[in-house]
Design a protein around this ligand. Structure first.
Ligand SMILES: Nc1ncnc2c1ncn2[C@@H]1O[C@H](COP(=O)(O)OP(=O)(O)OP(=O)(O)O)[C@@H](O)[C@H]1O
Ligand SMILES: [Mg+2]
Length: 651
């Protein structure tokens, strides 16, 4: 064997003869395992590190042992992990590889240690084998790859989008949430610049050093073009991280955290709008209340003048015009009151909304140009809405009129659908309503759409973009008022150039809410009896006195509720009915009624109100009030109500 070779020193001079003993003694100290097999695969020489791996304590490897036997021994004794069941084929593979020439493989022992084994043929056909213990290295590798996986999984489960960006704006890694936010697969984001995701923001703006670390709001864009409200915080990764990554040695790396706040912003806008509508409603309602009182007087006196003038005379015609104008004014006030949610509860009945929608569409069809297609979809659901049929009519009419107007004379499509929509907890809160079953009325057009700056105001009363005389801006305000009054909600969706869509949700009636509609009173009958009439407006009292006395009643008027109570107390039995205003300084109508009823519990009472947030038909009913009426009342109505109440009591 060739072990008595000369080894040469650095200077090329032989340092001395090395013999086999000296060499094998040196090998004994090497930490790697080493073995030499001859051309017949017999073990010629091995060191202790080799024995440690292949030799069982009670069964030393004999000199000249065959390669296959050594491996078989290790396999059979179970020193090698994971091959016991399959030992023959493992050995076959091993021996074939060994004979085929240089090869390298790893082998894991049962005790968990991992060896990298290197075999190479020497020129004299013997084989040298080295064993390197790579256990620690393997463990470190495994640990770092688990750490990486953990970090990856952590990033992917974060609620925010996280991405790293080079100073050139190129995105080089993103987490799963980023893909979700922007609706693009991860591979389609990596390699692009940030302008793919936030198109309106320049790179220098995006990575502006003074803004690093603070949260800023940007508009983002999804793959489908939809716009997003994003809160983005950008920070710079520490230098040492950048240095570790050889590919980007001298480059800065930024990490951006992206939160999608689109929904929150939309909700906040809705809330703001709702609050603004509330404030406007209160204001408009208050004004309408005062107008109501004035209109009561104008219409009342106008009616009296009308009656006194001979029909056909010029003066009568003038009076007719006067009353007609006052009636128009009242219609306007009524619209404002509708908007400020003070409709008369008594007119609400359960009804089927389907025929109403069909009827309006028929009406619309006959008036819009043929270039506009009308599509309708109505589901066969039987649910009813509690409300006012004419008001639903008004909602659909107003929405369709706007839609048709937006499409002009050009080709277009008006789509109206009425479908049932059960709303669970999350959906309901997204719509801002209680959970339950709803009718969903959807009116969509293909017009010019509504610009963002207009969108926030469309429901405000008197907001219009139409020319003077073309629109009053009350259409959508009334829709909003009616829908809210019916316990529903109205929403608009629009992008300029893409038409507008209005969604109305109206709650379905629950069966126990079903009540009868009140009967409409007939002509104004005469009557008799003494009436106590109280209103803080002197003109209203005087007018009521005149109207009722014409019908045969004796009317005692009072403009101060406390005084009226004194008058009543002086002779409670002489009165047949109390008719009082609700909103008065000092004693309110309901308080006066309670005081009077303590003296005469069965006294018939009528409560009038213009605009009041504390009193409504339901409360009035609870209090046992005979009639609750909204001002202004025309001459006929006062008489009708008084006689109705008295008749009902007498029969
Ligand atoms: N379908 C729509 N498409 C585009 N813009 C609309 C649409 N519906 C409403 N708008 C906008 O909202 C504004 C307010 O509508 P609203 O119905 O309250 O009043 P109007 O139509 O202007 O007047 P009115 O209904 O009192 O005659 C309109 O002037 C218009 O700018
Ligand atoms: Mg309109």
């Amino acid at each position: 064997m060739g072990f008595g070779r000369r080894l040469l020193g650095k200077d090329g001079k032989p340092p001395g003869e090395v013999n086999v003993d000296a060499l094998s003694a040196a090998l004994d100290d090497v930490p790697a395992g080493f073995a030499l097999f001859d051309s017949e695969d017999r073990l010629v020489l091995c060191n202790p590190a080799f024995r440690e791996v292949f030799e069982a304590a009670d069964d030393p490897i004999p000199d000249g042992a065959k390669y296959a036997a050594i491996f078989r021994g290790a396999a059979v004794k179970g020193r090698v992990d994971g091959i016991r069941r399959d030992e023959e084929s493992w050995l076959d593979g091993r021996i074939k590889a060994h004979n085929a020439g240089p090869n390298r493989f790893t082998m894991t022992l049962r005790n968990g240690r991992v060896f990298e084994i290197d075999e190479r043929r020497l020129p004299n056909n013997s084989t040298a084998m080295t064993l390197l213990d790579i256990t620690d290295y393997e463990r470190r590798e495994a640990a770092s790859s688990t750490n990486e996986q953990k970090a990856r999984a952590m990033l992917d489960s974060v609620f925010d989008g996280v991405l790293t960006i080079g100073a050139d704006g190129v995105i080089d890694s993103v987490n799963a949430r980023t893909a979700e936010i922007f609706g693009r697969p991860i591979e389609m984001i990596i390699g692009n610049t940030t302008s793919l995701l936030v198109p309106d923001v320049t790179l220098s703006d995006f990575l502006a050093s003074e803004a690093l670390g603070s949260i800023r709001e940007f508009r983002g864009r999804k793959a489908d073009g939809e716009s997003l409200n994003l809160e983005i915080a950008v920070s710079e990764l520490p230098d040492n991280w950048s240095l570790q990554d050889r590919r980007r040695e001298s480059r800065k790396t930024f990490v951006a955290t992206i939160r999608d706040v689109t929904e929150q912003r939309a909700l906040a806008r809705q809330l703001q709008q709702a609050q603004r509508m509330d404030a406007i409603g209160t204001l408009a309602g208050g004004i309408a209340h005062d107008f109501n009182n004035i209109l009561s007087i104008i219409m009342g006196y106008g009616g009296l003048i009308q009656q006194d003038l001979p029909p056909g005379s010029e003066a009568r015609e003038n009076a007719d015009m006067f009353v007609q104008a006052a009636r128009r004014a009242r219609e306007l006030v009524e619209q404002i009151l509708t908007f400020s949610r003070h409709s008369d509860e008594q007119t609400k009945v359960p009804f089927d909304p389907k025929p109403v929608v069909k009827e309006v569409l028929k009406l619309i069809r006959s008036t819009v140009p043929a270039t506009i297609e009308i599509a309708q979809e109505i589901t066969a659901h039987e649910g009813r809405v509690i409300g006012d049929v004419s008001q639903l009519h008004q909602i659909i009419m107003n929405l369709c009129t706007n839609a048709v107007h937006a499409m002009g004379s050009g080709p277009g499509r008006l789509s109206v659908s009425l479908t049932e929509k059960p709303l669970g907890g999350a959906d309901a809160s997204a719509w801002g309503v209680n959970k339950g079953d709803y009718w969903h009325l959807n009116v969509a057009d293909t017009g010019d759409g509504i610009p963002a700056e207009v969108l926030d105001h469309v429901f405000e009363p008197f907001f219009t973009t139409k020319e003077r005389g073309q629109g009053t801006g009350l259409g959508l305000a009334v829709v909003h008022g009616i829908v809210t009054d019916h316990g529903g909600v109205v929403r608009v969706e629009s992008r300029p150039g893409e038409g507008a869509q209005f969604h109305v949700l109206l709650p379905l009636a629950s069966p126990d809410k079903v009540v009868d509609a009140p009967a409409v009173p007939a002509a104004a009958p005469t009557g008799n009896g003494q009436i106590l009439l109280v209103d803080d407006e002197e003109l209203i009292v005087r007018m009521g006195q005149k109207m009722l006395s014409r019908l045969g009643y004796i009317v005692v008027g009072a403009t101060d509720a406390e005084e009226a109570l004194e008058t009543f107390r002086a002779s409670p039995e002489s009165f047949d009915l109390l008719m009082t205003d609700q909103t008065m300084p000092g004693l309110t109508g309901d308080a006066l009624i309670r005081a009077v009823r303590r003296i005469r519990p069965a006294l018939p009472v009528v409560l009038c109100t213009g605009y009041s947030q504390v009193m409504d038909a339901e409360k009035a009913k609870e209090m046992g009030i005979d009639a609750f009426v909204m001002k202004p009342l025309e001459g006929d109505q006062v008489g009708q109500i008084v006689s109705q109440v008295l008749d009902a009591r007498r029969s």
